[in-house]
Write a protein that binds this ligand. Sequence first.
Ligand SMILES: O=C(O)C(=O)C[C@]1(C(=O)O)C=C[C@@H](O)C=C1
Length: 356
Amino acid sequence: MNLDDIRIGIDRIDGQLLDLLSERAELVHQVGEVKKRDGLQIYAPEREEALLRKLVERNQGRLPEKSIRAIYREIMSAALALEDDLKIAYLGPEGTWTHQAAIKKFGHSVEYTAQPNFAEVFDQVTRRKADYGVVPIENSTEGAVSHTLDLFVDSSLQICAQILLRIENGLMACIPRDEIKTLYSHPQVFGQCRTWILQNFPKADLVEVSSTTRAAQIAREKASEGAAAMGGALAAEMNGLTMLEESIQDRATNTTRFLVIGEKTCPATGNDRTSMLFAIHDRPGSLVRALQAFEHFDINMSKIESRPSKRKDWEYVFYVDLAGHCENDDVQEALGELEKHCSMVKLLGSYPDVSE
Ligand SMILES: O=C(O)C(=O)C[C@]1(C(=O)O)C=C[C@@H](O)C=C1
């Protein structure tokens, strides 16, 4: 077979694919009409996850799971845009890791709105200026993003999905490496690259800024003063910086978990995770007894963080993630028992426990 013959085959299939995608778009349009009529959420993470799991299982061909997910991400992104003008708020400016996480979840067809800080992301969704928000919650090297945890205490928003994104930080500048005097980045990135900084730039000044994109902008503006930035390839590209060294994070598998927040949580998919906050009574053994509620019902607790309550000194709020959906009987019963030992329990939502 020669190249032209093979390409004729590809052209034929692409034509068929487009016809099928148009047919799909017609059905999606009908779904959108039904959802608007019945007041349902346009974004349906449980349906997306079920569809993706079915497709990955069915797949017999050469395409790896990652490619199937990426292709369908964009097909469903086009669907979301057809159903409504979906707007997603994220921590900007453009090119931040949160922006990339948002695109990984919602694709390129929906509208994005960059916000100056996490509180604004929450606020935009609360005031319905955006349909959903994307915020980081924890990093596998550096731990919790405490500011996000704190914002959940007073917010009525619910978590409806999670996004896992591999974070590859690099050193970027528009000056040679030996002229670098100051490193700019987000505090989380400094934490993720601590060993590399000590080994490579032990004498450099470290300046924390609001995002890696902002750091890249400063590396350009203050190049003559010896500025460089640490962050992702997109931030370097958008600011015309050279990547002087790639993959400088201390752990190769460095991954950040992001949450999608909206007005409603997500229905059960059979493989879910639930997030909640609670505060305990100030009595001996309260925390142990509260946590035993999960053990009694054989529920796996995958995360616990404590944060100051900000209402009274030395009083804490615990942020917990567990396996299961808040509508499952065992989770409901565990919550009932938990409440007996707590002064406050607040469910933040249940969502598909994706590992991609
Ligand atoms: O089935 C739905 O609820 C749809 O809106 C369709 C669709 C899709 O393209 O398959 C699009 C967006 C939703 O988040 C889930 C699925």
